[in-house]
Design a protein around this ligand. Sequence first.
Ligand SMILES: Cc1cc2nc3c(=O)[nH]c(=O)nc-3n(C[C@H](O)[C@H](O)[C@H](O)COP(=O)(O)OP(=O)(O)OC[C@H]3O[C@@H](n4cnc5c(N)ncnc54)[C@H](O)[C@@H]3O)c2cc1C
Length: 404
Amino acid sequence: MRYDVIVVGGGLVGATLAVAVGAMGLRVAVVERSGVPAAAPGPVYGARVSALTVASERILRALGVWSSIPAERIGPMREMHVWERTGEVHFDSAEIGEPVLGHIIENQAVQWAVERRIEALPNIEWCRAEELTELAIGDGEAQARLGARHLRAPLVVGADGASSRVRELAGIEVSEGGYDQEAVVAEVRTALPHRETAWQRFLPTGPLAFLPLSNGHSSIVWSTTPGHAAELCALDAAEFGLEVADAFEWTLGAVTARSAGVSFALRHLHARTYVCDRVALAGDAAHIVHPLAGQGVNLGLLDAAALSEVIGRAHGLGRDIGTRATLRRYERWRRGHNALMQAVLGGFRHVFSNPSAAVRLLRQSGFALTDRLPPLKAGFMRFASGFSGDLPALARGAPGERGS
Ligand SMILES: Cc1cc2nc3c(=O)[nH]c(=O)nc-3n(C[C@H](O)[C@H](O)[C@H](O)COP(=O)(O)OP(=O)(O)OC[C@H]3O[C@@H](n4cnc5c(N)ncnc54)[C@H](O)[C@@H]3O)c2cc1C
């Protein structure tokens, strides 16, 4: 079968890219290892949630996805409070004239909404329960082998996550490393209301965040040592609640676990190049960042928006969309931005986990400066909301929030 674009990986980034390219009328195949479509959000909240920036909201709105996310599952994040021993800083979206800094939503609810949009586009075909096994780059097209089937297209996009097979088959190297940390996630109920605020305390072993869910509960992300993560996940619900409340200095009062803790190993990765002839990488296949600022999928959605724009422009001009020369525009656009985010998050992590007196002093002055200097604070908020850098048209809310 011949397509215009083959997207390998139908997670949040790959599926969103498929919608963006499919909406231009191109024929798209989405190859997804999992055979199970996303389930509609039920009464129990999914364990994995993401803080989606305003830029991500705009992309999903412009693609007609946002309106399918059940409104009652969208938890507004209007404020953010960050603290540790040496100081604290409070961010309020009103200070930058925005109603929110972002939204906390279950990944499953967003995935379900993207898949609804794909169903409405007849030129996008799901190849579910199929896996990319081989990739051949020929003259003018790439051939993707899925077991006994062959798909052909001028462009294959690897949106197949951290262990990307596309990246491996294309021979793209990465720089990577571990943090010697795991993130424990769980849904909890707190005695005091979260006040639509994301709370984050930096501990010497890593940050503990409470993200405000739309049902009044919070989703916690506790990055800590692997040994401590294993201990936390082995606790019963009552002990877990106590441990979390204690580490959080009882800021939101008593904590009751609503789900068992689940842990994820954390690492960082950056592909040395995002493109080669007939291949482009997007999302976690290209970069993995620490979850402390909730940026991973947001960066991936910006990749999807930028790549679709580059593809659309080349297609509109009648050019080959899969040449390295065309794809280099995408790489130049996104790689530097993602590298900057990785450096900033790496710096934060380093500064907050360093016990030396000099670094403690630096943290103290950093908190005081950020809290007292409105332009610096506004800059942080704009960066965290996804407003920094050269935004793709979809993330600027153009064209006209269509489809919402
Ligand atoms: C604890 C934690 C908290 C986080 N919180 C946030 C947050 O608040 N905000 C945020 O922006 N980010 C957050 N992230 C990061 C975010 O979850 C990821 O960046 C995001 O899920 C990556 O999406 P993706 O579509 O690129 O990859 P994935 O979600 O990994 O999707 C890849 C898809 O490809 C499929 N696949 C893989 N290999 C193949 C193959 N060979 N053939 C076919 N299909 C294949 C997989 O089945 C999967 O569906 C967090 C991460 C962690 C660990």
